[in-house]
Design a protein around this ligand. Structure first.
Ligand SMILES: C[S@@+](CC[C@H](N)C(=O)[O-])C[C@H]1O[C@@H](n2cnc3c(N)ncnc32)[C@H](O)[C@@H]1O
Length: 208
């Protein structure tokens, strides 16, 4: 199954950026800027973007802090190829091809781990492993920062949103829709919810 998912993302990588630009217009840039603004340059030395896709967040993270080590992780080679092009003039970003259910990172090394517009695409059991891996690799004072779409107003986009959510599996989808904050609180000591300026995306800031 995982093989098919990877194949799907390899294909999707060819049109992913155009697709996102078409339906998010400027709000995608705003949202990524808002995420990058959460980096504390003096404090955050190791910053990871899991499910980095075509690496759209990475350049913003690098601009925010040129002293941090920034790592983008994704299991799709096609997505990472696009990311590589995007970050070619940045020297503090590394890309790793890996599954988020087994992060190739040592215990308690990361200051911040981001996951942007991807959590709803990770299957139910894999989500549990993802959250355990995030906890394992975060420093005791580290944060997991997760951004996801709010339910869209446009009917067609809303239809695509529900299809996307269903890719997690029905049980996980219902759980997430009804109890997302409670779910995250079962993993992290503190969970704070905020929104991007367009209110199209929500951001959870979770403290280990
Ligand atoms: C919708 S894209 C989001 C990309 C990017 N974070 C963004 O904001 O544009 C979802 C990404 O998650 C990756 N992904 C999904 N499941 C994964 C897994 N189990 N391990 C690693 N990457 C995964 C896909 O390859 C894809 O690049």
């Amino acid at each position: 199954m995982r093989v098919y998912r990877r194949k799907f993302y390899n294909l999707f990588s060819k049109i992913y950026d155009s697709f996102v630009n078409l339906h998010s217009k400027n709000s995608g840039h705003e949202a990524r800027k808002a995420l990058a603004a959460l980096i504390e340059p003096q404090r955050d030395k190791v910053v990871v973007d899991i499910c980095t896709g075509t690496g759209s967040l990475l350049a913003y993270l690098a601009d925010r802090s040129n002293v941090s080590l920034i790592i983008g992780i994704d299991f799709s080679r096609g997505m990472l190829k696009k990311a590589k092009e995007k970050i070619k003039d940045k020297n503090n970003i590394y890309l790793i091809e890996a599954d988020v259910t087994r992060l190739p990172l040592r215990n308690a090394k990361c200051d911040k781990i981001f996951c942007s517009h991807a959590f709803y695409e990770v299957k139910d059991k894999d989500q549990v492993n993802l959250l355990n891996e995030v906890k394992r690799t975060l420093k005791p004072s580290g944060h997991f920062i997760m951004m996801e779409h709010e339910i869209p107003e446009n009917m067609f986009i809303r239809f695509l949103f529900y299809l996307r959510i269903l890719s997690m599996g029905i049980k996980a989808a219902l759980n997430i829709l009804k109890r997302e904050e409670i779910y995250l609180k079962s993993y992290f000591s503190k969970v704070r919810k905020t929104y991007t300026s367009s209110k199209k995306s929500k951001i959870y800031i979770c403290e280990k």
